[in-house]
Design a protein around this ligand. Sequence first.
Ligand code: NAP
Length: 444
Amino acid sequence: MQEIIDAIESHADRATCEALALPDTYRAALIRREDADMFAGVESKDKDPRRSIKIDHVPVPELAHGEALIAVMASSINYTTVWTSIFEPVSTFGFLQRYAKSHPDGARHDLPYHVIGSDAAGVVLRVGPGVNAFAPGDRVVAHCLSVELESPAGHNDTMLDPEQRIWGYETNFGGLAELAIVKSNQLMAKPEHLTWEEAAVPGLVNSTAYRQLVSKNGADMKQGDVVLIWGASGGLGSYATQYALNGGAVPICVVSSPEKAKIARSMGAELIIDRSAEGYAFWKDPQTQDPKEWQRLGKKIRELTGGEDPDIVFEHPGRETFGASVYVARRGGTIVTCASTSGFMHEYDNRYLWMNLKKIIGTHFANYREAFEANRLVAKGVIHPTLSQVFTLDQAGDAAYEVHRNLHQGKVGVLALAPRPGLGVTNPLLRSHVLEKINRFTAK
Ligand code: NAP
């Protein structure tokens, strides 16, 4: 691998990259099929990714039509990494088996191990037949939408393709590794002003937040909208907060500690609710909600906004908060959801939905165009990566543990082939302009 790293660090051209010898195996963070029952009987919060995520050498897979092999300089931890590593809500080996049955190229993915990770920044090493838009030597980031696009159903919005999968979660050969296989239509140019680890972290959450909040396929946010953002300093929320601020909306950022409130403030948010300090208890017991607590949240929001209710509620905690989210949205407002971290079986009082003409919109990752727009805004320096910690590949289990236990802020990065943090910037001038802008802002 050293030859590959040296070539990347010396900005080797296409011919040099094409001529690089590929190793037979590469190091990867993976889970094993034989471990799928290792947490039987253990509570979710106590399932420890440090036990299930292993670092091992695996063979370099064959490239199929439309695919690229990339040298991964850095990757990141997403909640999907946590779900995979604790085998919840289902073991991801079922996804790999289904992929193998559905498509000839899918057969490679059904293995006794699953190389995980749904983000990557790196360099193209090889391309398969049918790839014209990218070539060896290109510095890229990968978004995580893998689609076959053989059905008409996916041609207005590729997220609607029946063979839509999340790379590194529903497919093998993911980004938490020295090498990764992606479809070439997952690739986008790496933002030039970012280091490898900064470039690696936005992909999944930034694209998801873009579709969920900004896109017409999501909440279609407009100037002046009041947006309640749960987990505003976390993966999705820290990008949603930036989109709300950039788009002239008014974010109300919900966080759970003064440190996390500080992060929301440093992004420019002014209206912040510390849910721990407020002590909201939306459930009296596991079966019974407490509408008085929804009302208490609604009152707090009105205090902050001068009497306005949220036009949009940016939902993802799920069962714990969903009843409150439906209640506090304004008449005619939108609750847009992409997840259920605290539980999938939501419960809400439907009277507040229908009598007040509210909408619930389901959303999931992003199509290529949405991911491209989200990455374009990062490349222009108007959306910033929210990277708080960087781990090595060997520490992938520790990194996933941080996210699982909600000990992290923003995003957690993982170095793969990058020998140390801080490398990979090819436009230092843009970097200094962007950093100056951020510093000027945070000094206010
Ligand atoms: P994250 O970095 O862990 O951030 C989530 C934040 O939500 C936490 O930091 C926490 O912030 C808040 N939170 C957690 N549990 C909560 C609860 N019970 N009540 C209120 N707030 C709670 O995770 P993420 O990357 O943003 O992902 C969040 C969820 O979205 C995960 O379930 C993930 O799988 C899902 N997701 C789905 C998609 C998709 O395409 N469908 C894409 C990305 C993520 P505070 O403690 O500060 O309140």
